[in-house]
Write a protein that binds this ligand. Structure first.
Ligand code: SAM
Length: 288
């Protein structure tokens, strides 16, 4: 259920099933990125404070914290890593976070509380564009940038809808994708997120900007997980997308389309999962 204007754009319900979907999706995406929680260009030794914006269940933050802390324990002088997860909803926050982790309810389209400004070495965002109108990416980037120390890093990863492929495609898959696309158009969402994110960061004078494309294409080990990922995404979002894009033929139509979509995927369709990771650095001379 929508709780405010920002939340009204968001497609997915916050149920136990959605928590499981987010955590399974995390495992898949990390493997897709060759087990890089952090892009290799980010110097791990310099990362002492991390913010994860739109943290969801906090799964990325917890794993990144564990991985960086393991490296830091080799250096007994290193202070413990501090992590803050922000999200517009606290529904999926861990009930017993580790002591170096804090979870804060906050809408990223509003400025973050002053106490967090200029205090982080890394701000991470992932899979946020289904919650953002294209024109809101600039505001989200500005608010995220304000969290960073000068010289701090941003890592923002998104699935690139334009590069999603289904081989072969079927009428049910075409109809379902058209509904998702129509929802994106109706809500004014970005269709090429990495282009918009890169442009927003460039306008904020970020340096060392790179866009790393990861894809499951040609990687046979991803065929089955990518099928499960697309089915879980459709189960979670298709009904709402149909309703929002004015194609709502009622519950029965949505159920039939979903059944056909799942049947076709299971019959041997190979989906390609494309993720773009944008990495950049806040200018050293930027005001904190
Ligand atoms: C698809 S989930 C991704 C979660 C997490 N980043 C991950 O990769 O597992 C998107 C998350 O963004 C949150 N969200 C949506 N709109 C937001 C906003 N305006 N400000 C902060 N978080 C928001 C949702 O509540 C949800 O937890």
């Amino acid at each position: 259920m929508a709780t405010n204007d920002s939340d009204a754009v968001y497609l997915f319900e916050r149920t136990e099933l959605e928590r499981q979907r987010l955590n399974q999706q995390h495992a898949l995406l990390v493997r897709l990125c060759h087990d890089h929680l952090l892009h290799p260009s980010i110097p791990r030794a310099q990362i002492k404070r991390i913010a994860d914006v739109g943290t969801g269940t906090g799964i990325w933050l917890q794993q990144a914290s564990r991985s960086l802390n393991t490296a830091a324990t080799a250096d007994s002088e290193a202070p413990p890593l501090a992590c803050v997860g922000f999200d517009i909803s606290d529904a999926h926050f861990p009930s017993t976070p580790r002591e170096n982790m804090t979870f804060v309810k906050h809408d990223m389209l509003k400025p973050f509380p002053q106490e967090y400004h200029g205090t982080f070495d890394l701000v991470h965002l992932r899979l946020m564009v289904l919650a953002l109108k294209k024109e809101q990416i600039t505001t989200a980037a500005e608010n995220a940038a304000a969290l960073l120390k000068p010289g701090g890093y941003v890592q923002w990863s998104e699935v690139e809808p334009a590069k999603l492929e289904f081989t072969p495609t079927t009428p049910a898959i075409t109809t379902a994708r058209a509904a998702m696309r129509a929802n994106s158009v109706a809500k004014g969402l970005a269709t090429t997120p990495s282009v918009d994110i890169r442009a927003a960061l460039e306008a904020l004078s970020f340096t060392d900007l790179t866009v790393e494309d990861y894809s499951s294409a040609g990687r046979d080990e991803f065929t089955v997980p990518a099928r499960e990922w697309t089915k879980a995404g459709a189960r979670a979002g298709l009904r709402v997308a149909l309703a929002r894009s004015g194609q709502d033929g009622g519950q029965e139509t949505a159920d039939t389309l979903l059944d056909d979509y799942v049947r076709d995927i299971d019959a041997g369709v190979v989906p390609t999962l494309p993720l773009a990771m944008v990495v950049g650095r806040k200018g050293k001379d930027s005001a904190a």
